[in-house]
Design a protein around this ligand. Sequence first.
Ligand code: AMP
Length: 604
Amino acid sequence: MNPFIELGIRHDIVNAITELGFEKPTPIQEQAVPVLLAGSNDFVGLAQTGTGKTAAFGLPLLELLDFSLNAPQALILCPTRELCLQISKDIEKFAKNVPDVHVVAVYGGANISDQLRQIRRGVQIVVATPGRMLDIIGRKAIDFSNVRYVVLDEADEMLNMGFQEDINNILSTTPKEKKTWLFSATMPAEVRRIAKQYMTDPVELTMGTKNTGNVNIEHEYYMVRARDKYAAFKRIVDFNPDIFGIVFCRTKVETQEIAEALIKDGYNADALHGDLSQQQRDKVMKRYRDRSLQLLIATDVAARGIDVNDVTHVINFSLPDEIENYTHRSGRTARAGKTGISIAIINSKEMGKIRQIERVIGKKFVKAEIPNGFDVCEKQLFGLVHKVNNVPVNEDLIGPYMARIMEEFAEMDKEEIVKRFASIEFNRFLDYYKNAPDLNAVAESAGSFGDRRETSGGKGERFGRTGYKSDFTRLFLNLGSVDEFTRGDMLGFICNNTKISGKSIGKIDLKGVYTFFEVENEVVDKVFSGFQTVEFKGRQVRVEMAGEGRAEGSKGGFGHGGGRPKPSYRSNSQGQRRGRDNDHESGTGFRDFSGKRKEVKKRW
Ligand code: AMP
């Protein structure tokens, strides 16, 4: 038998939720539905977001209300417009096969006349945010005398947002004998007080351990210097090519700035915050849901109640001021039984806050390392390989070109072709990341959490900055063994183009798609001028300073800006590309997100 039927839900509703993919109840549904179906108790459910709460109270409501009576019988209060819409839509979907069910969503920022009209027409279930609800009550436009159930969803959030008084006022207009069901992710004293004030002997259910976060979420922190935060963030994103994330900032301004910087750097990102009009917010949310956006940069308030499945990462670009908010943020991932990662990018002074959060969520953070440039390149390379393997081929459109393409590659074997296709993107990331510094910061006091680590050496040196003589300068050149150079060839190539003697050239470190070589300090300028206009098989030959000081503007025109490499395959699902070519921007100045205005030097 269908497990929902066993719980006491009727066939019509079970059919509808089966279509939504609900095969078996989530733990909260399993525990709460039988209690709520009895209809005779007040109820307190301590449950995280994304655990199936809406159905836990929505399904029993559909069983308990009398839909032949066209008057408000259930009032659901929730903190945000997004959640309000989500709940009303969910309940409508559950009730698809039940006749005469009328649900209205009542929330601020939308036309009140439409909402009033719907109420006049007759509704049984009112889903509302407190402010607009009070407005409507004030207009005497709704009669709550038939209300039998009040649901307070995300009660802690409503209190956080200052709705306490509104809730008191709204509840005072409902009949005394109604039952109140309260759901909250956390149980701070204020929520306890509400429970005490409005409920009689509520049945209390805790899903999982009290205050324990969703077990499917892994919590990680990265420790970086404050000035490296944005660079570190981008590196985390680049290391996760398939990321579909929500990035939390503390203020609207920070949200907007990060989103703008990301867009400029070629990422699919946009901002969601309270200064946007409702229409703009809807548009951003639609693009995010459609996955046209890969990164949604949001404030706490704007992102509350967002229910988008398959969010892979929540990134705390800034930790929330209120520790409790961390739970709400991380609850945007790992929904409906999926797994997810919640990341905090912190500086060493914020370690205390991490410990506080750990106490609230009842789970330890794992300390993670900002990946080095090489690891990012490797990840991107295999991300690309995976994409090539899975790309849908439009036979009709590509067909006519195939003969010419095959002719072009007639001389090459399969391995060579694959190598070259892979190199197109790999080279970009290599160029971008080859001198990427280690962004991991050392903890302020090793003793305090015992994980001091080296910030140089180790894997980060794979791109090689050390071991060359001080009277020699180490340079980078964008050709390597893939271009069929041997070290002897490279020596000749450099000498021929720069007219310097082989004796001025030190170690030549030939890599796949690039080469490091040393030249005497006095001839560095000659090397740069010699290669200024050289091409190799149609490609511009580029020489740059190797090592950390490389792209600091010393040799105009060779440095990279703050943008990411311009991956041509990095497009969204509709095949659009955002952002612009930043490959050769120089000296991008953007805000230091700690607040001060500063010029951000080109690091990579
Ligand atoms: P909620 O906590 O109500 O916001 O639900 C989170 C997500 O889980 C929503 O996308 C629901 O559609 C989904 N969901 C809820 N209950 C179930 C279930 N029993 N089986 C599968 N998915 C569910």
